[in-house]
Design a protein around this ligand. Structure first.
Ligand SMILES: Cc1cc2nc3c(=O)[nH]c(=O)nc-3n(C[C@H](O)[C@H](O)[C@H](O)COP(=O)(O)OP(=O)(O)OC[C@H]3O[C@@H](n4cnc5c(N)ncnc54)[C@H](O)[C@@H]3O)c2cc1C
Length: 469
């Protein structure tokens, strides 16, 4: 009787799951297991809304596995200890898992591998997190690691994809395995911090959302994805982060339309940032571009709090920051605007923004978050001159929320302000403020910084890092 454990982490699905599929083919019994480490639910980056999303993913996965005749075994504690104990209790000779590319996960997996080896338990990794996992094929013509997105993408498009894994129809646990319990939501998040506007987690609901998107909004993705009020992007990021959906399976479902091509390119960005963090793990703490490590960022608490609270006096920034708090999610264009504002207008350290996002986003993902924060702070890979990623919040408002619908949704203080004043409400006269029920400094803040001056200061600071001739 051969028994294999399938160690679930951020691959919470049954479709296109190579580790599960191979374990089913190799063994008589498969034991799917998820291990709760204390820091996962209670650590410095744990977020109530993301915890709830995770528990919903696990409950859904448990039901899918039960429907196939097995179950999801839950354990709490150190991964190596729990895997060894479960292997002994179930008679398992191997542990199969989906490879994860973040520095912390790689370190953990190496430690688990060493511990399992001592017990003669096989520890075998499988692809499944990304579309292209054979990273050695992703190289520049000179054989180096890519640092610029477009050449990476062209190379990535050419790589042969693996076959999708079959979804096992029947599974069975060996007898005598105690299944354990998924923690109750109330033990990991109090009602007071849970938002009713956050998407529900799980493979089932993720696949439903995916199908709806493929039949609808993807058609206009190229033209509409930057308009925040349209809300026409997929909102699949959290399902991808937790692995409820396989990015590769999604790629096989894409129609050959302009919208689908543009959307597929976004999935390549996801692969790109995972590839970058794998190759440059020090990016988690330092700027990728050495030249910019000399920048002395500020940590001004008052500015930081105003940014977090959506009280900067720039409506588009404030709307975005309040969306993040309410929904545990923010539109990509909005992420770019608030990222530019934090780093280039407030001159706050990009790591402060990265941490705040990680604490609130349900899609909070180390590789995507770090890569994008470095990108918008102009210190990371895929470089461009700083002025190209230094956005004027008022122009962004005019271009991407022309009728102010996004701002009004999240900043009710501006509900009656005329469209023409939304990009720069501080220019309203006293009469205009009174007529729109919005007295500046009372109902809504004056801008905390002057964008024009902040822009000049930032350009100077970046210029000062240039090597002396
Ligand atoms: C400062 C900043 C921080 C970010 N932090 C995260 C994060 O923690 N987690 C995260 O998943 N995304 C992050 N992003 C990328 C992007 O904003 C989100 O993936 C996207 O908004 C999610 O919405 P969606 O699923 O509707 O995206 P869609 O537009 O429908 O895109 C489809 C999928 O492609 C991927 N994708 C899209 N844009 C990017 C991108 N720029 N980089 C990497 N992958 C991308 C995501 O998996 C997304 O779900 C960040 C962007 C910025 C500017």
């Amino acid at each position: 009787m051969k028994v294999i454990l399938v160690w679930y982490r951020n691959d919470l699905r049954v479709h296109d799951h190579p580790a599960l599929s191979t374990a089913t083919a190799d063994a008589d019994h498969v034991v799917p297991v998820f291990i709760f480490k204390d820091s996962l639910l209670h650590g410095p980056h744990s977020s109530a809304n993301r915890n709830r999303f995770l528990l919903e993913c696990l409950t859904d996965l448990k039901q899918s596995l039960q429907a196939k005749g097995a179950d999801l075994v839950s354990r709490q504690g150190d991964a190596a200890d729990e895997l060894i104990a479960l292997a002994k209790a179930s008679g398992a000779t191997g542990v199969y898992y989906t490879a994860d590319y973040s520095p912390g996960a790689i370190k953990r997996d190496k430690a688990v591998q060493a511990a399992l080896r001592k017990e003669a338990i096989e520890f075998r990794s499988f692809p499944g997190r990304l579309i292209v996992s054979n990273h050695d094929k992703l190289r520049t013509k000179a054989g180096n690691v890519h640092k610029v997105f477009t050449p990476f993408w062209k190379n990535w498009l050419q790589i042969q994809r693996r076959q999708l894994a079959t979804n096992p129809q029947k599974l069975s646990l060996p007898t005598g395995v105690s299944v354990g319990k998924i923690p109750e939501l109330s033990t990991v998040a109090s009602d007071s911090v849970l938002s009713p506007y956050v998407l529900p987690g799980g493979e089932t609901v993720g696949r439903r959302r995916l199908r709806k998107f493929l039949e609808g909004d993807i058609k206009q993705y190229k033209d509409e994805s930057n308009f925040m009020a349209k809300d026409s992007t997929s909102r699949l990021s959290a399902y991808l982060h937790f692995g409820c959906l396989s990015a590769l399976e999604i790629e096989t479902m894409l129609p050959s339309t302009v919208g689908a091509q543009a959307w597929g390119r976004q999935l390549a960005w996801r692969d790109f940032y995972h590839y970058i963090l794998l190759n440059f793990p020090a990016n988690t703490t330092t700027e990728f571009q050495e030249r910019f490590r000399a920048l002395t960022w500020s940590s001004n608490e008052i500015y930081l709090q105003a940014w977090k609270d959506g009280q900067t006096g720039y409506p588009i920034v404030d709307a975005a920051m309040r969306q993040l708090r309410q929904e545990g999610w923010m539109h990509n264009r909005a992420r770019l605007i608030v990222g530019s504002f934090l780093t280039k207008d407030l001159w706050l350290d990009w790591r402060l923004g990265e941490t705040h996002f990680m604490n609130l986003l349900i899609d909070g993902d180390e590789a995507n978050n770090n890569g994008n924060w470095q990108w918008i702070a102009s210190v990371g890979v895929d470089p461009a001159p700083v002025f190209r990623r230094l956005y004027n919040p008022s122009s962004q408002q005019t271009n991407y929320d022309p009728d102010g619908a996004y701002v009004r949704k999240y900043v009710p203080e501006l509900a009656h302000v005329l469209n023409k004043h939304i990009p720069a409400p501080w220019l309203m006269t006293a009469d205009e403020q009174a007529n729109s029920d919005c007295i500046l400094g009372k109902d809504y803040p004056m801008p905390i910084v002057d964008h024009k001056q902040a822009r000049l200061d930032t350009l100077d600071k970046f210029r000062a890092t240039a090597p002396k001739q």
